[in-house]
Design a protein around this ligand. Structure first.
Ligand SMILES: Nc1ncnc2c1ncn2[C@@H]1O[C@H](COP(=O)(O)OP(=O)(O)OP(=O)(O)O)[C@@H](O)[C@H]1O
Ligand SMILES: [Mg+2]
Length: 386
């Protein structure tokens, strides 16, 4: 029955949106090297194939289960207040030593991910990527957290900036974010240094988080009378030593208000997660227009570097149609990897974990691993790696 209902809803996305997408694509591709980004689509019109590709048989289902269990035990023992002043970023963090388990959670995750622990290419300088889509629940936070975890597991040093008053990224990374905790709010509204709020994420060496608290909910209003209100985050980064970092991922709230605009002004790249469902394309036009406005007035270097298709349900033709449509209009900006719907992905945050450590053998973890590898490899192909 559900299948039938899905198939009834298979109309083409509205022409207006398609036209907007076409216009946006022309704008996005203008002035960019023609053969630059990775053209690694797995074959047009075969997102199901893509989904299949990104979810190979788990390297060891049993190993994954063992990791999950082990992780749960490790989590309660080692979590909490792992502070990290900015100066500590890059310090060696996870060498197993006396009194430590022979395999850290990160090492166990790597083993179960089956990625061989190979270090991925690292960018020559820190890549700052804003993850934005004003539509709610499309996978912004899930993507921020799991891409960041995947990159960190492969040798990168990654900071996740939680710019959403909901604090979901902080929850998923198990970083303290009760009201009153020093957070992005204090940085944006009170000019506190960013370095003072950055915390190390337990279990994944090289991963850091700047938490958001509910206090940030008032920031949209409190920022209004402040000088250069759109550039507050950018200014905070100007005073922050990011030389030890490879990536900064900014998780935006579901709006195009001042918080998201601050993220767009601060970063060079935008990653747009698009959920593979009909309404996902609605609102993209507005997002792209906002990006254009920020680009022309406040941040000339801003561009949409990446589009990630999320929550792909291979059982519905609608999902593959949406994916095809997005690929047709955005071309190589869309990652080949598609993130499938996966219960494990949605369960992970309630354990204060990314799915990469919660269940590395799951299809969701494997997909995020592949997506992150594409993000890292694309920089290499564009000559942005050192
Ligand atoms: N691949 C997936 N499979 C299953 N559930 C998913 C997947 N990705 C995300 N979810 C779930 O969907 C919900 C929305 O995801 P998420 O919070 O990442 O979206 P968001 O865009 O950050 O939302 P918001 O706009 O509220 O910030 C969450 O409950 C999340 O666990
Ligand atoms: Mg979110």
């Amino acid at each position: 029955m559900a299948q039938a209902a899905d198939e009834r809803a298979e109309d083409e996305p509205p022409t207006r949106v398609r036209q907007a997408l076409s216009a946006a694509v022309s704008r996005e591709t203008e002035g960019r090297a023609s053969g630059g980004a990775a053209g690694k689509r797995l074959g047009s019109g075969s997102p199901a194939g893509s989904a299949g590709q990104v979810a190979p048989a788990a390297p060891a289902g049993q190993a994954a289960a063992a990791v999950t269990n082990g992780q749960a035990a490790g989590a309660s023992a080692g979590r909490g207040t792992a502070d990290a002043a900015a100066g500590q970023i890059g310090a060696a963090a996870a060498a197993p030593g006396p009194g430590r388990p022979s395999m850290t959670p990160a090492e166990a995750a790597l083993a179960a991910l089956g990625s061989g622990g190979r270090e991925w290419p690292r960018p020559r300088s820190c890549r700052m990527i804003t993850i934005a889509n004003q539509k709610g629940g499309v996978g912004k936070t899930t993507s921020a957290v799991n891409l960041a975890a995947s990159l960190a597991l492969h040798g990168a040093r990654v900071l996740v900036v939680d710019l959403d008053p909901q604090g979901n990224a902080s929850t998923a990374l198990d970083v303290e974010h009760r009201a009153g905790t020093a957070s992005v709010y204090n940085v944006l509204v009170e000019d506190q240094p960013l370095a003072g709020i950055v915390r190390a994420v337990a279990d994944i060496p090289g991963l850091y988080c700047a938490p958001a608290t509910i206090d940030l909910a008032g920031a949209e209003i409190e920022l209004v009378p402040l000088v250069a209100r759109e550039g507050r985050l950018s200014r905070a980064f100007a005073d922050y030593d990011a030389s030890n970092l490879d990536y900064i991922l900014i998780d935006c709230p579901p709006s195009l208000g001042l918080l998201t605009v601050n993220a767009l002004v601060a970063a060079a790249e935008v990653l747009i997660p698009i959920q593979c469902e009909y309404y996902a394309l609605e609102g993209l036009e507005q997002l792209l227009r906002t990006i254009d406005l920020v680009k022309s007035h406040l941040n000339p270097g801003l561009y949409v570097s990446t589009i990630l298709l999320t929550m792909y349900d291979g059982r519905t033709r609608l999902a593959s149609q949406v994916a095809e449509e997005v690929r047709e209009h955005f071309g190589e900006v869309v990652l080949s990897t598609v993130i499938p719907r996966s219960v494990r992905v949605s369960e992970a945050p309630s354990y204060g974990q990314s799915v990469m450590t919660y269940d590395p053998g799951s299809s969701g973890a494997q997909a995020y691993l592949e997506a992150a590898r594409e993000v890292a490899d694309r920089a290499a192909e564009l000559g942005q790696t050192g």
